[in-house]
Design a protein around this ligand. Sequence first.
Ligand code: TXE
Length: 502
Amino acid sequence: MPASVSARPESALLEQIKNRWSREPLQHFIDNRWVENSTRETFEVVNPATEERLAVCASGGKAEIDRAVSAARKAFESGPYRKWSGRDRGKFLRRLADLVEKHAEELATLECLNNGKPIAELRAVDLPMTVEVLHYYSGWADKVHGETIQPPGNYFVYTRREPMGVCGSITAWNFPLLLTSWKFGPAIAGGNTMVHKPPEQAPLSSLRFAELCREAGLPDGVFNVVTGLGETAGEALTRHPDVDKVGFTGHYQTGQLVMKAAAESNLKRVSLELGGKSPNIILDDADLDLAVRGTLTGIFFNQGEVCCAGSRLFLPKKLHDPFLDRLVSAANARKVGDPLDPKTEQGAQISQEQFDKILGYIEKGKAEGAKLASGGARCGERGYFVRPTIFDGVQDEMAIAREEIFGPVISVLPYESLDEVAQRANATCYGLGAAVFTQNVQKAHSLAAKLKSGTVWINCYNAFDASVPFGGYKMSGFGRELGQHALELYTQVKAVWLNLGS
Ligand code: TXE
């Protein structure tokens, strides 16, 4: 990190990053070396804040996935990694955490240019949490073990917790580096090897991460990165007969394709972290300052491109006007713009496609009769910036209240009673996050129990830690990332029976 985290990234660093990644076309990182694509196919990576080309990446397909999977298989079955003890893997994860920390400013700047999110958030959230995740799983690596069981009869039984094998990982563009670490940490702690397909919109930090893995001493073939599109590289990975597991983050419809491909190939294990339409419920005794702050974080953090964004705000009639007044003035005061400016609070949306999608939902909201209380338009002339947008008077059946927008758009839904609000909050196909703001402990916990959601935040929003499981109910997916639970996705249990004689 630079001497002052309140400074812009240094211009020498910016130049160095731009020069390095604009060398074209980039290659895949397979078996600890840069590998050319088998065809001339490429895709462009754009800086969403300027709409300028940042890099040209190799568009990998079946041939590259085959090559990466065979490197990962070899490393898993017979490479030096096979001989690494859990403690060795833990030491490696610690070395990698230190290297990521050492290069944090470079990685934050690279991600800022590629993803468009504010440098301040990268320095405060994405990078520190990536380091924490690696440290956290370094601690688990030598604690993945089985149990002993004494069934009836003269037997001694023990279980072994073994790695899955070759694990595929397919991630989304909203937290490119951080999501990579969420899959990498438990996969390596569990003794697996990996083939990673980063999002085509933001693949650069994954490539740099792979280089750092090599520098930290990860043997050849253990972590491989193939850049490419979902329907080619992603599809080839999910259909590959020699991949044992795929961890996926993205849209629920893509999740369905991943499951289908897994089912039709080799029944590889699948875990899915998908979207949401998360309710944020304010009770009439809530601490208003806290609730407004939590609501802002819930919807506007990371430009609203968060799977658990609190996009449905349930407000009791009594609090409606004062709460909305505060929310609107705080939203209007948010600094939207240049992601490299450390004072910026909201950066650019990831792509033209996402930008159009969000503006399309805003038009739909207006057409369906919701009342625009703030925002509702692009910000500036260049770059994919959208003003923080608040819709009031939203009805449950409107598209903006039902569908995942994945942008800085919140719908205000008035309610009358607690029973009603719990039922309406749950009336969605999703179940990823939910929040309750109240000073009444009984109400808080009784609502928390009723909400069908993998996470419930009470008097906070978007609180995360490497040690706390995160994942979905219903169509928000299954399997838990982070915490001890994630190790279950990357290990399998073997029971060994020993006959002790009659
Ligand atoms: O997601 P996709 P996209 C939501 C959000 C957003 C929408 C579309 O609403 O507007 O999804 O975003 C890879 N087989 N979320 O199009 O397509 C793809 O290359 C295998 C919610 O980016 O799901 C990328 O690496 N892989 C979300 C990853 O899947 C395939 C985060 C995610 O892309 C594939 C992102 C296929 N057939 C978007 N097709 C969240 N829950 O956090 C695509 N991919």
